[in-house]
Design a protein around this ligand. Structure first.
Ligand SMILES: C[S@@+](CC[C@H](N)C(=O)[O-])C[C@H]1O[C@@H](n2cnc3c(N)ncnc32)[C@H](O)[C@@H]1O
Length: 358
């Protein structure tokens, strides 16, 4: 599926010194950093090799589209993506945004049928087209770096999940759809004008339906709803989770709270990492935020690549994980999700107060 890549040049310096206080990058006010602060600028013109199979975990500051191009084909066992709804772009009709050249370098989306799908949806919903213009090339890259036995998890909500499923069917093939996970929580204000929206949707696709890795035995189990109906042994062991996961959000006074506004619970990521990767495997999160995926990966003995364009997120991750930061040289600051201005379409649709997880 993936286009051949040239062998990239080796990187300039190793990343070995952990920095608990690595900088909000490109912030001149942080001239108090020690000279040894392991922040490196990587020029983006010719992607150097900043990842190696036996290298250290990586924390990359920069636009994930550029960052993903640094990763070789078929190297990541698990890719988890939790993109923001608001990409910070002006919402406008762009009927050619997602059109792909069938002779282009990447063969992810499958030719004309994909193009027709996007154009049809674009006529239906401007917001989708703009959002998809942002997300589609990143999903193509995620698909490219996924190993043959690897799995992709795309975390969205009711606004985009249905569009994303159509698009992922086109990118992976319908036979590669594995699950639609519902993460249900119960927190915050509840609308009285409709059913309160208290779940996120996580779409799960495998690169190859014949060879994908999945280990249900390693997943934490849940209490039976009616333990009296099963044997005491079964009740004590608990049941396998289904595709609906009840899990509380990261509470404001919880132990795992980092202060990053869209932080996802470690329990949800641990389950994903445990089921879809082995010890020692590489796990990638291109929208890493507070670093929950990397934290789960580390707890479970996996290796991780985390990317984020927001210096605040990179700072939080560096503190949380005690990791050095690699900065892509033209990294631009993206505002924290908490301070992003919602597009008009989104503001108007909100009826029940802030939505805690996203
Ligand atoms: C919903 S948050 C992820 C939260 C994360 N799962 C956690 O548990 O903390 C989405 C993140 O994507 C980042 N982001 C948005 N656009 C990006 C881009 N083009 N490149 C890299 N990161 C981006 C934002 O800065 C934000 O931190």
């Amino acid at each position: 599926m993936s286009a051949p890549r040239e062998t990239p040049a080796p990187s300039a310096a190793p990343l070995s010194t952990p920095a608990r206080s690595a900088a909000p990058l490109s912030d001149p006010a942080r001239s108090d950093l020690p000279p040894s602060a392991p922040e490196r600028a990587i020029p983006q013109s010719a992607p150097p090799q900043i990842w190696t199979p036996d290298g250290d975990d990586l924390l990359l500051h920069g636009d994930n589209l550029a960052a993903l191009e640094h990763l070789p084909d078929e190297t990541m066992q698990l890719v988890y993506l939790d993109p923001p709804f608001n990409t910070g772009r002006t919402q406008q009709r762009r009927s050619t945004t997602s059109t792909r050249d069938p002779d282009g370098a990447y063969l992810g989306f499958q030719g004309t049928s994909y193009r027709r799908t996007v154009e049809t949806l674009g006529r239906y919903d401007d917001t989708f087209l703009d959002y998809w213009g942002f997300l589609a090339p990143r999903l193509e890259q995620a698909h490219r770096v996924l190993r043959d036995d690897g799995t992709l998890y795309l975390h969205l909500d009711w606004r985009e999940a249905h569009y994303a499923k159509v698009a992922l069917d086109a990118l992976f093939g319908r036979e590669c759809f594995l699950n639609e996970l519902i993460w249900a929580y119960d927190y915050g204000a509840k609308s009285r004008r409709r059913w309160p929206t208290k779940h996120d949707t996580i779409l799960v696709y495998v690169k190859n339906p014949d060879t994908y890795y999945f280990d249900s035995d390693s997943v934490d189990r849940e209490p039976y709803m009616a333990p009296g109906l099963v044997t005491p042994e079964k009740a004590a062991r608990g049941k396998l989770p289904t595709d609906v996961w009840w899990h509380t959000i990261v509470t404001t006074n919880g132990r795992e709270k980092t202060g990053y506004p869209t932080q996802k619970p470690l329990g949800v990521l641990r389950r994903i990492v445990a089921a879809s990767s082995r010890e020692g495997d590489w796990v990638l999160d291109p929208f890493a935020g507070s670093g929950t995926t990397a934290a789960a990966a580390r707890d479970l003995g996996r290796r991780s690549v985390s990317m984020d364009a927001n210096p605040e997120a990179v700072q939080v991750m560096s503190d949380r994980l005690g990791m050095p930061v690699t900065t892509l040289s033209d990294a631009q600051s993206i505002p924290s999700p908490a301070t992003e201005a919602a597009p008009p379409e989104l503001s108007q649709r909100r009826t029940s107060g802030p939505r805690p997880p996203r």
